[in-house]
Design a protein around this ligand. Structure first.
Ligand SMILES: C[S@@+](CC[C@H](N)C(=O)[O-])C[C@H]1O[C@@H](n2cnc3c(N)ncnc32)[C@H](O)[C@@H]1O
Length: 282
C-alpha cells in the first residue's frame, strides 16, 4: 500500500490500473465523485448513450442504502453490519448512517478493487468500530475466515449483510446462488440480508432491450456482469423471510410499514431491484 495520490497523469496507488475502467470508479463518477480516471469516464459516456438514467439509478441505490441501514439500525435494532462490495467512500457511508443511530454499531467493509482498498482504508476508518477488509467476495470460505468477520459473526448477535450492486458482478447464476447461501448460512439467527441487483425482466420490453444493449457495450470492461430475472434475484435470499414490499424495482421499494422515499420515485426504466430478507430467530 502506498499513500501516493490518485489522479490523472499523477502517481497512483499500487495495483491501480488507470487504463481500464473499474466498476467502483465508474459508479463513483455516476454519483458525481472525483475518484475516477478518463478510462472510467469514457465508458460512462458510452453507458449514458444507452441508459441515460444511470445517475438516477446510482442515486436511487444510495438513497435505498440510507433508508435500509437507518431502518435496520433504528427499527430492527441491528448493531453489526457487513457492507460487502462497499465501493468508494461517498457522501453517506454505512458506518456514518448506522453509527448516527447508535454510536456502538460495528461496521466491516469488504471490497477487492485496488482503488477502493486505497481510499477505503483511509476514509472509511474514522473510528475504532469500523474496519475495512480487502477480500474477494466470490470466495466466501476465505472471507468468512477473515478474523474481523469471523469475530463479528461469532458474537451471535444479528448481523446485517449488505450486498448492494455487488452480486450481479458474479457471472454464473448457480455460483452466485451458492455464494449467497454460504453467507446466509454463516449469519446468526435474526440477521438480515439486504440486496440490490441489476435486473432484466426478459420480457422483450424497453428495459429488456436497454439492458441487453448495455451488457453488450460493457462486456469487455466488465465481463462478469449479469442482469438477472426477478425470480433469480429473489432466489438469492434462500430460506430467508423476504420483508415487504418484496424484491421490487428500487422506485417501488419502501421500508416495512413505510412509503417510497421521494428520491426514488422518478419515472424511469427501472433496471435495479432491491429487497431485504430476515433469518428466523432460533
Ligand atoms: C457498483 S459498486 C457498489 C458500491 C456500493 N455497494 C453501493 O451500492 O453504493 C460495486 C462494488 O462491488 C465490488 N465488488 C465486485 N465484485 C467483488 C468481489 N468479487 N469481491 C469484492 N468486491 C467486489 C466492486 O469493487 C465495487 O466496489
Amino acid at each position: 500500500m502506498t499513500d501516493q495520490p490518485m489522479n490523472d497523469g499523477g502517481l497512483v496507488a499500487h495495483g491501480i490500473d488507470t487504463t481500464r475502467p473499474s466498476v467502483a470508479r465508474v459508479y463513483d463518477y455516476a454519483l458525481g465523485g472525483k475518484d475516477n480516471y478518463e478510462s472510467d469516464r469514457a465508458l460512462y459516456r458510452q453507458i449514458m448513450k444507452i441508459a441515460p438514467e444511470t445517475p438516477v439509478w446510482a442515486r436511487a441505490n444510495r438513497a435505498w442504502l440510507r433508508e435500509v441501514i437507518t431502518w435496520l439500525a433504528e427499527e430492527a435494532g441491528v448493531r453489526r453490519f457487513i457492507d460487502a462490495g462497499s465501493g468508494l467512500p461517498t457522501a453517506e457511508n454505512t458506518h456514518q448512517i448506522a453509527q448516527k443511530v447508535n454510536a456502538d454499531t460495528s461496521v466491516i467493509y469488504v471490497d477487492n478493487d485496488p482503488s477502493v482498498v486505497a481510499h477505503g482504508r483511509a476514509l472509511l476508518l474514522d473510528n475504532d468500530r469500523t474496519q475495512f477488509t480487502a477480500a474477494d467476495l466470490t470466495k466466501p470460505d476465505e472471507v468468512l475466515a477473515e478474523p474481523s468477520i469471523a469475530a463479528l459473526l461469532a458474537g451471535g448477535e444479528p448481523v446485517a449483510l449488505v450486498m448492494a450492486l455487488m452480486l450481479h458482478h458474479i457471472h454464473d447464476y448457480e455460483q452466485t446462488l451458492e455464494i449467497a447461501r454460504k453467507y446466509v448460512d454463516a449469519l446468526p439467527p435474526g440477521s438480515y440480508l439486504a440486496i440490490t441487483h441489476a435486473c432484466n425482466p426478459g420480457d422483450g420490453g424497453p428495459v429488456d432491450v436497454m439492458v441487453t444493449e448495455l451488457l453488450e457495450k460493457v462486456k469487455d470492461a466488465f465481463p462478469t456482469l449479469a442482469f438477472r430475472s426477478v425470480e433469480q434475484i429473489t432466489s438469492l435470499f434462500g430460506d430467508l423471510e423476504i420483508l415487504e414490499p418484496g424484491v421490487v424495482p428500487l422506485g417501488e421499494w419502501h421500508v416495512p410499514g413505510g412509503r417510497v422515499e421521494e428520491e426514488r420515485q422518478a419515472d424511469i426504466r427501472d433496471a435495479i431491484y432491491g429487497g431485504v430478507g430476515r433469518k428466523a430467530s432460533s
